[in-house]
Design a protein around this ligand. Structure first.
Ligand code: NAP
Length: 248
């Protein structure tokens, strides 16, 4: 364990599957107590907690729709009741509702903005109250290369992720004096349920210099680094792409 996370408390939103699941496992392997947040996949979240327990780690599953302010407040309260502090917040929960702009319904737009952008605001606001009092903390927001480059069919998603990037930089400036760092990770195409149904894989691979999709564990490794102490203590307000070289 070299990440300085022993006995620290980490909340990972959307940790039942995909990148969030891999992140919860990676942080727990470094000795962190991990909140495995989920919305619907209770069995999957319980499996993540059981996997962590099997390796003598410490985790609890907490259900909350992080686009809902009251549920976010309950998530933070339950974490504080259990462990009394919050050192790391990984704002990972996200959805897609892909379609071209002219076919995009207002509800497709709103659902993606509500979770992928407003959810990041709600969780960050609630957890940062604790971190500012502690005078320490790490907030890691999962953006996307779509927020940097745009992507046809993802006007809602790209707008939300670009919003997350602007939010990250502003909050990093607001919190720096209390030693709370705020960074964004912008993955490219990662093998998870979210990308499982993409039909144009061959076309996509043409735009990835490394010639393959990334693994959730590779993104989790970057998130673990940003959470690590003191290794990442002097990094704030940054957007780190992890995309096989798509954006360079
Ligand atoms: P995923 O496999 O589809 O998993 C999504 C996770 O979000 C699940 O754990 C899900 O929980 C949770 N979630 C959904 N709605 C929620 C809500 N309202 N409240 C709380 N949790 C909720 O997705 P992923 O590919 O790992 O993506 C994780 C993050 O990385 C997202 O922010 C995504 O935009 C970003 N990202 C992914 C890629 C990629 O290629 N995969 C690329 C760039 C960025 P339930 O299982 O309970 O529904």
């Amino acid at each position: 364990m070299a990440a300085g996370l022993t006995d620290k408390v980490a909340i990972v939103t959307g940790a039942s599957r995909g990148i969030g699941r891999a992140t919860a496992l990676a942080l727990a392997a470094e000795g962190a107590n991990v909140v495995v947040n989920y919305a619907r996949s209770r069995t999957a979240a319980d499996e993540v907690v059981a996997t962590i327990a099997d390796t003598a780690g410490s985790a609890i599953a907490l259900q909350a729709d992080v686009s809902d302010a009251e549920q976010v407040d309950s998530l933070i309260k339950a974490t504080m009741d259990k462990w009394g502090r919050i050192d790391v917040l990984v704002n990972n929960a996200g959805i897609t509702r892909d379609t071209l702009l002219l076919r995009m319904k207002p509800e497709d737009w709103q659902a993606v903005i509500d979770l992928n952008l407003s959810g990041v605001f709600l969780c960050t606001r609630a957890a940062s109250k604790i971190m500012l009092k502690q005078r320490s903390g790490r907030i890691i927001n999962i953006a996307s290369v779509a927020g940097l480059m745009g992507n046809p069919g993802q006007a809602n998603y790209s707008a939300a992720k670009a919003g997350v990037i602007g939010f990250t930089k502003t909050v990093a400036k607001e919190m720096a004096t209390r030693s709370v760092t705020v960074n964004a990770v912008a993955p490219g195409f990662i093998k998870t349920d979210m990308t499982e149904d993409l039909s144009n894989t061959e076309d996509i691979l043409k735009y990835i210099p490394l010639g393959r999709y990334g693994e959730a564990e590779e993104v989790a490794g970057l998130i673990r680094f940003l959470a690590s102490d003191p290794a990442a203590a002097y990094i704030t307000g940054q957007v780190l792409t992890i995309d096989g070289g798509m954006v360079m």
